[in-house]
Design a protein around this ligand. Structure first.
Ligand SMILES: [Zn+2]
Ligand SMILES: [Zn+2]
Length: 390
């Protein structure tokens, strides 16, 4: 448990009374978390702060054990049972507002709750914001997430592709395999803190925990640091990883590759890699969701008489039948020849016909067309029949 908790009113944070039921806590949190979520308020640091505060309040109050601890600690605090100078002499604490150390309520509440606050909340917030701030626990820190981008051709994006991505990022040191110790040696457990990374000091009835100075909170001591990484266990390396981009990605889509991000310090899990995909335009195809679109140039006579035209698809060509009497601008659907869908199947190919008009005709064709125009009129065709502008 963190001393800062005592200064915070988690109930007020969630806008509920201190007698609220677990159900009411859950409800209040859900609503606030929805409104304040960083995805919904990009760049709004105030909302982010509030979101963190609300998450922290919920993490404590939603856990009946932690809530009990919190309530009891606050009761003690409010009654002046501790904190009001009782242990100030000689200690790090010099008065109101300076609650920066962690302390261990386990000492107060009989040990059962020792360490109850450890990690849980940090993990929640760490996961969301990935700030990697200084942690005072001995738990190895997960590597950071890494962002990168790649540009794919239109057809690659539609069909899926395996691409190499070059990235420079901290990786586990190849010399010491991330341990930080010179090959042939290994880190030893810090004798000062027994590998916990924290030192407990007792002052009167209260126990305080601080990061261990000897091992800087890591819990282990490296006598012979690896020369290649100077004991950190990480090296900057340029690596090329091969990433399989699934079929059907869209321009601007962000893909998460678990465990491909920055290496964790000293054997901690790696972060994730996020790849933002840009998709370049294609000369032939457009895209509408899972459907591929294309514009097919046709002549007037092809529309009138009907024809079959060979058109490209993502895989090979297909013959598209243009029925006699097809109107200009009509869209013909070729089922299943669009963009592959997740989980099987594919969208359709949508072929829109567009009349191409010859800029000029030779004498023979012009003569034939004139005769055709007369025949058309004689046949009773009026292009503006039923037209509102007539
Ligand atoms: Zn090394
Ligand atoms: Zn230590």
């Amino acid at each position: 448990m963190n001393r800062e908790w005592l200064e915070k009113d988690f109930y007020k944070e969630l806008g509920i009374s201190s007698s609220a039921s677990q159900d009411e806590i859950k409800k209040a949190y859900r609503k606030l978390a929805r409104d304040l979520h960083p995805d919904k308020n990009p760049g709004d640091t105030k909302a982010e702060e509030r979101f963190k505060a609300v998450s922290e309040a919920h993490a404590v109050l939603a856990d009946p054990e932690k809530r009990k601890e919190y309530d009891e600690a606050r009761r003690l605090f409010a009654s002046g049972g501790f904190g009001r100078g009782g242990y100030a002499p000689g200690g790090g604490y010099t008065g109101g507002g300076g609650f920066t150390n962690e302390f261990n309520l386990g000492d107060i509440f009989g040990g059962a709750a020792a360490g109850a606050g450890d990690g849980g909340l940090g993990d929640i917030l760490g996961g969301l914001f990935n700030r990697g701030g200084t942690r005072t626990t001995s738990r190895p820190r997960r590597g950071s997430d890494v962002e990168t981008e790649t540009t794919l051709g239109f057809r690659e994006a539609a069909q899926g592709v395996t691409v190499p991505l070059r990235m420079t990022s901290p990786s586990p040191c190849t010399t010491c395999h991330g341990s930080g110790a010179k090959p042939g040696t290994s880190p030893r457990v810090c004798p000062h803190c027994n590998g916990t990374g924290v030192i407990s000091r007792n002052q009167g009835a209260f126990g305080f925990s601080e990061p261990c100075d000897d091992c800087r909170g890591t819990g282990s001591i490296i006598d012979d640091p690896c020369v290649d990484c100077r004991g950190t266990g990480i090296q900057n390396r340029t690596r090329t990883i091969t990433v399989r981009i699934p079929p059907g990605v869209r321009d601007g889509q962000r893909i998460r590759l678990a465990g491909q991000g920055e290496a964790g310090l000293r054997g901690a899990p790696s972060g994730d890699l996020y790849v933002t995909v840009h998709v370049s335009q294609d000369k032939v195809f457009g895209r509408n969701g899972d459907d591929l679109t294309l514009v097919l140039p046709v002549s007037y006579s092809e529309l009138v008489l009907g024809t079959t035209v060979s058109v490209p698809t993502l895989e090979g060509r297909v013959g598209v039948k243009v029925p006699p009497g097809t109107a200009d601008g009509r869209t013909l659907r070729v089922r299943g020849r669009g963009v592959p869908k997740r989980g099987g199947g594919a969208g359709d190919l949508l072929v829109t016909v567009k009349v191409a008009v010859p800029p000029k005709l030779d004498d023979e064709a012009a003569e034939a067309l004139r005769r055709y125009a007369e025949a058309e009129k004689a046949g009773g065709f009026d292009p503006r029949a039923g037209w509102a502008g007539a």
